[in-house]
Write a protein that binds this ligand. Sequence first.
Ligand code: PMP
Length: 358
Amino acid sequence: MSALSVLPPECLLQPFIVPKRLMLGPGPSNVPARISAAGAQPMLGHLHAETIEIMNQIKSGIQYAFQTQNRVTLAVSGPGHAAMECAIFNSLEPGESVLIAVNGIWGERAAEIAERIGAKVNTVVTSAGGYFTNEEIEQALDKYRPVVFFLTHGESSTGVVHPIDGIGDLCHKYNCLFLVDSVAALGGTPICMDEQGIDIMYTGSQKVLNAPPGTAPISFSERACYHHTGPITSFYGLRESLAILAETGLENSWKRHKEVAEYFHKGLEEMGLKLFVQDKKARLPTVTTIVAPPGYDWREITGYIMKTYNIEISGGLGPSAGMVLRVGLMGCNSSKANVDLVLEALADALKHCHKSRV
Ligand code: PMP
């Protein structure tokens, strides 16, 4: 008899079986076998020469993916939120003024983080599915004179890709740092950090890069980084995902995501479904938002597709909650074969799910 009052949990004494699932939500996406295998390689110490070399390779890979020569480029241990917090905390002091563009949940989230630091938070806000013109951004920079301007490149809650050109110059004209969240867009649609005058940028590992969640690439303008015991085996996965991007080539990756997304959009329109983002050029290739089919309960549709096809797609988030279905086609999941599968699943769901009389 054990003297312990808390016994070994029965559930942990059973085998652990993970189902195979096609992950076509807004992330995480599926992990190619090559990346999973990299993560299963033997553990090393965080200060071993090989680990340092892997971290250097990761740095070069991120510099390539971000298109930056910036030396302060690294992977933060943690999810996209860790990079987001790191970027905002290291670029703002309490009492300083920050301007945040809000066209979905990620701008809202950045504003909450900045408020918690005690920064003076000002926002420009537009409706879900919309974006800002450079004129609107300049007016707000002039009015609020912030030290940092935050913009979401790929707003995964609404499916909008924000134009970036010219905004870096505007920020610098007003003596302000340009901070970009490219968690949902990097690798799937063009962005060139140095050329576009971006001072700080971050992404996540679990979307286009297809690496397991847990490492978040970030690039800072001339800031110091900190040190701790990093998630070594996640580094292996991130290194491999960046190697795949380097072999594919950024331009080819952007092109494939664009072509696959357009093929998907055409198929959706042929089925009579409507895209949530009106402006074609503002449609984020990695995450497509579809107007929730009128008369249906969106939860029944996503539930049916999961149960019948073992495919994950999702509903809206934040300002798009209840309004849309979201389908992610990212990294290795960005293929016409996956589009055909998800179109078939959607058509079947619309036949079988309950339609109320409206
Ligand atoms: N920013 C954007 C644009 C995102 O899409 C996400 C994740 N959906 C995040 C930040 C946060 O990333 P994570 O879930 O890895 O913390």
